[in-house]
Every structure is written in C-alpha cells, then in structure tokens.
Design a protein around this ligand. Structure first.
Ligand code: PEP
Ligand code: MN
Length: 335
C-alpha cells in the first residue's frame, strides 16, 4: 500500500503517522521527492482502514499495490535509484561499463586486462573467482586466490571490483569486493538472497535463464526485504528455441524493468549472445533501450582463456566499442 502525502504535510505529522503504522507491525519505506512524499507500507496491510487514512488532513491519496514486489516497485519509489560504487554512479541515466575476464586466471592476466579496460573508460572491473560451470570437470575458478588477485588489480587501477558469490559460506572472502554478483543459476537461491539482504553492499542480480520478469523482481525483493536496497538488475539472455546465439537477449526487459522498478538495469551482451561481434551492436542497442550500463567480457588472450574465451573481446576491440558507447550515450542525452 502507498500513502501519498499532501504537499502541506509537516515533517512532524509525517513522522507521527509513520510511527502509528510501525506500531501496527508494518515496515515503512519513505520516499521524499521534490514535490511529494510517499509512504510505502510493507507487511499485512489488511487491518488498515483505507477510508480512515484517506480522510486524514495530511493525506492526498491511498493506493493498494497489486504487484507482489513492493520495495522494488517504482510505485513505492518513483525516482530512479542511483547506486554509488567508488566514483561511479549506477542508475538515473548514467551509463556505466563493467568489463573484465570471465574468470580471474593469473596476476598478469587480471592486471593487464584491468589496465586496458580502465584506459578505455570502463568504470568497474569484473572477474569470476567462483565459477558456476555446467561440468564439474571444467575450471572452477581460483576461489579466494582469485579475489586476492582482483584486489591487487583494484589497488593498481583504482577500479572497483565485481565478482560472483555462489555460497554464503565464502562471504568473509568478499570484504574488499565492491559489488557482489549473484549469477543466473542462483537467482532463486532464496537463502543466499536473504543473507545478501543483510549486507550494506551493492548486489548485481542476474536474471535466471528461464525466469519471468516478475520472478526476477521477486528475487530483488528477497534482497531488499532484508534491508539491502542496493540491487542492480542484469538481463543476461534467456533460453528460447533459438540456437544461433548462446541465449536470447531480451532487450524488451530493459524498458519493462525500468517501468516496473526504480532499480538500475544493466545488460550482459557477452553471455546473452556468446558471440564477440554481437557485443557491440547489443551494447549500443542497450543505450537506446534505456539501460543503465553493460557488463562485457574482455580477455587479453581469448583463445587461451580458461572460460568463455569464445565470447570475449580483445582489449583493442573493447576500446573501439567504448568510443562508440561514448558517442551513442552523448547522442541519446540530446534527444
Ligand atoms: C558470469 O557473469 O560470469 C556468469 C557466469 O554469468 P551468468 O550467471 O549470467 O551465466
Ligand atoms: Mn563468462
């Protein structure tokens, strides 16, 4: 339920009403815009007498929210959420690029790629340390050692780091990690989501490969319900009958998610298409679709990569893409 306050409502009156709702066991989510203050009510609102609240002097309107996601809902929070990671602002019309290898492999590899993507204008560094592989015999990642190497690359370049968590047991290794990624395969690992919800750290949540948009938002809600509202949504392609691309990039999810939610939305054109030459057109299309950024796989020697070399860009390809990203983003700002 949302309660829209009148412009004339005084802070003291708003606080008093908020306290009354809290005493009813509800969680209150205040959203203070330039012209309006909204109160989002989460919990069992059936005991609230809507007519009584609507007739209060300080209340403009009361609405029930039909959707099962509340904190992620744009109706609860009309302004875009902007998440600050280092000096990068994610959300609210800032287009940010996360780049780096699929997996962290060696100190030279991660540091070289980090230097290269930084020089081209990426604002965050990615690299998998815990890898969710289809085969148990495939490279599983350097685990804790991989995170230490990411920290080293962060020290050398100043780029904040993004890496995937697969089990909450490993959380102590993530102290220096700036954004924790939840991969597609764990989008509905609800226990993991609940634990991450207790942190004060941005979470990059990838869409499950067969998840609907509503299921995706409900997973974000799991994190937010525990108090962590710093969630970045990432569309990474879904499973369809198509075989020409690794997955099918659901670009229409971008404007839909932006409409339904205030959370930042990114796309991952590398995992979505699995084809390096498709990364550039899909990145430019993401700008046009209104995405807040992209996550791109870049490797210094793709044929030798231990994971996903076939879809990775070389640093010089990434550099040429970034020049187009800058021009395209500037162009769209003028529209
Ligand atoms: C990744 O980003 O390294 C990854 C494994 O992606 P996804 O979870 O989208 O498959
Ligand atoms: Mn990968």
């Amino acid at each position: 339920m949302i309660v829209i306050m009148k412009q004339s409502a005084e802070q003291e009156q708003i606080d008093k009403l908020k306290k009354e709702f809290e005493e009813m066991g509800l969680q209150i989510h205040l959203s203070q815009g330039v012209n309006t203050t909204l109160m989002g009510l989460v919990g069992d609102t059936t005991k609230i007498d809507i007519g009584k609240v609507a007739s209060m002097d300080i209340v403009e309107e009361v609405k029930r929210i039909q959707e099962p996601y509340k904190k992620a809902n744009r109706k609860f929070h009309p302004q875009d959420t902007v998440i600050e990671v280092g000096s990068a602002k994610i959300g609210g019309g800032n287009f940010q690029v996360i780049a780096g290898p699929c997996s962290v492999e060696t100190p030279q590899q991660i540091c070289q790629v980090a230097q290269a993507v930084k020089a081209s204008g990426a604002s965050l560094l990615r690299g998998g340390a815990f890898k969710p592989r289809t085969s148990p015999y495939a490279f599983q990642g350097l685990r804790g050692e991989g995170i230490s190497l990411l920290s080293q690359a962060k020290k050398e370049t100043g780029l904040p780091i993004v890496t995937e968590i697969m089990s909450y047991e490993d959380i102590d290794l993530f102290d220096d990690v700036d954004v924790i990624q939840v991969g597609a395969r764990n989008m509905q690992n609800f226990e993991l989501l609940k634990q991450l919800g207790k942190l004060d750290k941005p979470i990059l949540l990838k869409r499950g490969m067969s998840a609907t948009i509503e299921e995706f938002l409900m997973s974000a809600e799991y994190i937010m319900a525990q108090g962590n509202e710093k969630v970045i949504l990432c569309e990474r392609g879904i499973r369809t009958f198509e075989t020409k691309t690794r997955n099918t990039l659901d670009m229409s999810a971008v404007p839909m998610l932006k409409k339904l939610s205030h959370l930042p939305v990114m796309i991952d054109p590398s995992h979505a298409t699995g084809i390096p030459w498709m990364v550039e057109p899909m990145t430019l299309a993401a700008i046009a679709a209104g995405a807040d950024g992209v996550m791109i796989e870049v490797h210094n020697d793709p044929p030798k990569a231990l994971c996903d070399g076939a879809q990775s860009l070389r640093p010089e390809q990434f550099d040429s893409l970034m020049k187009k990203v800058q021009k395209t983003a500037e162009f769209f700002k003028t529209l």
